[in-house]
Design a protein around this ligand. Structure first.
Ligand code: MG
Length: 167
């Protein structure tokens, strides 16, 4: 059963920012967006999945991504960030919750994400095992200001609403 129409019982927010280095592709929302830059990170540097992980963990008070998956741990070098999201979902389920809605805002100057939006929404929905209608993804520029505006960083904000697990 979809969680889209169930009452939200917990909410969580997540935020992440990574520096951009020369050499693509840019990993965002679990897909490789063709671009001449990529996120500098210990893992695959996916700011959308990192912020999503923190939002889910935050909703159930289960810590944060940096504590659960420390950068000093070689296990997470180059890791697919989907693993972080799955662990956050597992912890939410231990707290009796599952994902009801996700609202993502990506902040970056380039590239335009519109052509990749559907693939990202579909990928995040599959990862969370929810319907695409439960995922919102928007992209904004930083109006040319600061590190994001100069194309040296990408950021993501995620708000998650959790519903009660049916089990
Ligand atoms: Mg990160």
């Amino acid at each position: 059963m979809t969680g889209a129409m169930l009452p939200i019982v917990r909410i969580g927010q997540g935020w992440d920012l990574h520096r951009l280095d020369d050499g693509g592709p840019l990993r965002l929302g679990g897909i490789d967006v063709p671009f001449e830059k990529s996120s500098r990170a210990h893992s695959d540097g996916d700011v959308v999945l990192h912020a999503l992980t923190d939002a889910i963990l935050g909703a159930v008070g289960a810590g944060d991504i940096g504590t659960l998956f420390p950068e000093a741990d070689p296990q997470w070098k180059g890791a697919d960030s989907a693993a972080f999201v799955r662990e956050a979902v597992r912890r939410a389920s231990l707290a009796g919750c599952r994902v009801g809605s996700v609202d993502v805002t990506v902040i970056l100057e380039r590239p335009k994400l519109q052509p990749h939006r559907e693939a990202m929404v579909g990928g995040v929905a599959r990862l969370l095992e929810v319907e695409k209608e439960q995922i919102s993804l928007k992209a904004k520029t930083n109006e040319g200001l600061g590190a994001i505006g100069s194309g040296d960083a990408v950021a993501a904000l995620v708000l998650v609403g959790l519903v009660q697990s049916s089990s």
